[in-house]
Design a protein around this ligand. Sequence first.
Ligand code: HEM
Length: 394
Amino acid sequence: MNVPEGFPDGSFRDGHPAGLYARLLSARAPLRHPELPLWVVAPYALVHEAAADPAAYRSGDGILIDEIGRSYDAPPTIMHTDPPDHTRYRGLVAPAFRPSAMRRIEGEVRDRVRALLAPLLASPGGAFDAVERLAVPLPLQVICLLLGIPEDDWPRFFRWSEAIVPGAAPELDERERDALRVECGTYLVRTAHERRAAPRDDVVSRLALAEVDGDRLSDLELVMFLIQLLVAGNETTRHALSGGLRAFADHPGQWDALRAGADLGPAVEEILRWTSPVVYFLRTAARDGELGGTRIAEGERVMLLYGAANRDPEAFGADAGRFDAARAPAAPGLAFGFGPHFCLGAALARMEIRILLEELLPRVGRIRPAGEPVHNGSPVVTGLRRCPLALEPA
Ligand code: HEM
């Protein structure tokens, strides 16, 4: 089995990488990349093994192909940190993202979902783009709620996050992008100072005051972290939301089953497994070792293909390539990664998906495809750029 030339970029132009994943999975071992200095790892067990072991597979030397060989002046993000620094960082920020913290904003998230759905439900059967109308605005609004950004500032905030997220807002040139990033940073530093002086019940306040053994986040760390949330939380959740709706449009029987009372928990997990918005993250071998019987030398990169691992028949059964909202897998999905870097926003993303389904189920008898979906072709965060759907009333 060879990794196709031009992988990953070229292989993603045609849309969802399911076919490619199946081919890479058939090898059952790490595969040497034909052009890049890295091993491609697709099997669930091997991705799981490497992600679980930060002492053997480090994040500090970069987690994206673009970062190979680049050095940075800025302090590393949480994703680019290894233990013990990562343990300290994570200890400071994790409490703000516990499920209990998410429950506190659940009512407001539901109100936002209802507001986004209202105009769509008011014109039953009308075609709309689920990316534009639901999947883009919902995660942005939810991040603003979580951070306690006043609603008047949301439009500015949305603009900034477009400038920050790689690949979004192609009309901006680098100079405009930098200017918006600086504006965003300044705004966030000011917000952090305000919250330190007068704390509220929001994530910025909690992060600004978080202390472990007398240690706090510096202003720069705090702002970098907040920006990281925008990057990590928006595009990913967007693709799970739109891809999940499209999956139900393509599998109306499964929508019927949910409407008849089937459990929502497995449906949310299956949407995450099925869409797996994060294609891969890299690690660097910290010492000579082996993975699945293949020798990996110190300093070599491994590409953990979370998306492929989530389609592995050895973990999810012979029908791993099928969307099954009632699936009860023996293994947990890897859409959020595994190990110490397990997604901090997992509870938030799960809640958004669940609330969207809960609000649609009593009102919508059928989600219909209303045209061909358009894939974004990204080799890092994969999903739909356009998702035309129509909602038939219950
Ligand atoms: C469906 C939506 C999402 C998916 C598929 C996703 C996926 C992931 C994955 C795979 C990782 C692991 C990184 C690694 O292995 O190096 C991760 C980490 C992270 N995610 Fe998410 N994410 C989602 C939503 C969110 C949201 C909503 C937020 C924030 C509000 C968020 C914040 C983070 C942060 C801060 C990390 C870094 C954790 C660490 O390095 O300790 N994510 N995410």
